[in-house]
Ligand binder design. Structure first.
Ligand code: F6R
Length: 244
């Protein structure tokens, strides 16, 4: 793991954007793995700026998001599809037909949908760069503690901690899904390069477990210790509990 510590979340975004740009430039048809959530928003804003300045293009890019809530319509403002549209896709030249989310609509067989997503990723050539955030409980994607390190794209239940963390994004009377379809830990580890960002003091404990803890399903992000090409970009607050 390469660990980069910078001052604040703006610097995290600038550093991460350089990695994304490098990956885009390197390949003719790059495949990006993308994350939703608050952490990557400054990165996406940075990428939009770079696109507007003519420094990068997303024309040839295929993307695979890590996860999607279950039980919401694709038109829901709470879906990760909507999140990606309003935070990135609507402002760049990516072809929306080449942006993918793991979904399992009502009546579909979850196992086949999972296999289908894995297959789509493989047929696109595999993920070149996977962007990740981390949950306060160490989750990556929606692979919550105790998820198997061999897990693949599937339906997963969200823990009480994750539901509580994400409740800030839902109005009081709004439906908050407690299940999601997520890439598995093994799916994430297949990416050729992984870029995990963490910002804020509330991530400090999970970040320390990921980097210095034992490789354990208790902290799903610790699985990244096994990956040969992972870069972790932290602000000072998220790095504040790293064992000295
Ligand atoms: C989002 C995802 C999650 C988030 C994590 C951190 O697609 O897979 O693992 O990265 O929950 O969320 P934020 O960035 O909102 O703190």
């Amino acid at each position: 793991m390469q660990i980069i510590i910078v001052d604040d979340k703006q610097q995290v975004a600038i550093t991460a954007a350089k990695w994304v740009a490098k990956n885009i430039h390197k390949k003719v048809n790059p495949v990006l793995g993308l994350a939703a959530g608050s952490t990557p928003i400054p990165l996406y804003q940075q990428l939009i700026k770079m696109y507007q300045a003519g420094l990068i293009s997303f024309k040839n890019i295929t993307s695979f998001n890590l996860d999607e809530y279950l039980g919401l319509s694709t038109k829901s403002k709470q879906s990760y599809r909507h999140f990606m549209n309003i935070n990135l896709f609507n402002y760049i030249d990516i072809e929306k037909s080449k942006t993918h989310f793991p979904t399992c609509d009502q009546g579909q067989d979850a196992r086949s949908q999972g296999l289908l997503y894995e297959d789509k990723i493989q047929r696109a050539g595999g993920v070149g760069l996977q962007v990740l955030g981390i949950g306060t409980n160490g989750h990556i994607g929606f692979n919550e503690p105790k998820s198997s390190l061999d897990s693949r794209t599937r339906v997963a239940a969200l823990t009480q901690q994750t539901l509580a963390d994400n409740s800030r994004l839902f109005k009081q009377d709004e439906f908050q899904p407690s299940f999601a379809m997520t890439m598995g830990i093994a799916t994430i580890l297949d990416a050729r390069c992984i870029l995990l960002m963490a910002t804020g003091k509330n991530k400090a404990q999970a970040v320390n477990s990921m980097i210095n803890g034992s490789l354990s399903t208790q902290c799903p992000a610790s699985a990244l210790q096994q990956h040969k090409n992972t870069v972790i970009v932290l602000d000072k607050a998220a790095a504040s509990m790293l064992d000295k």
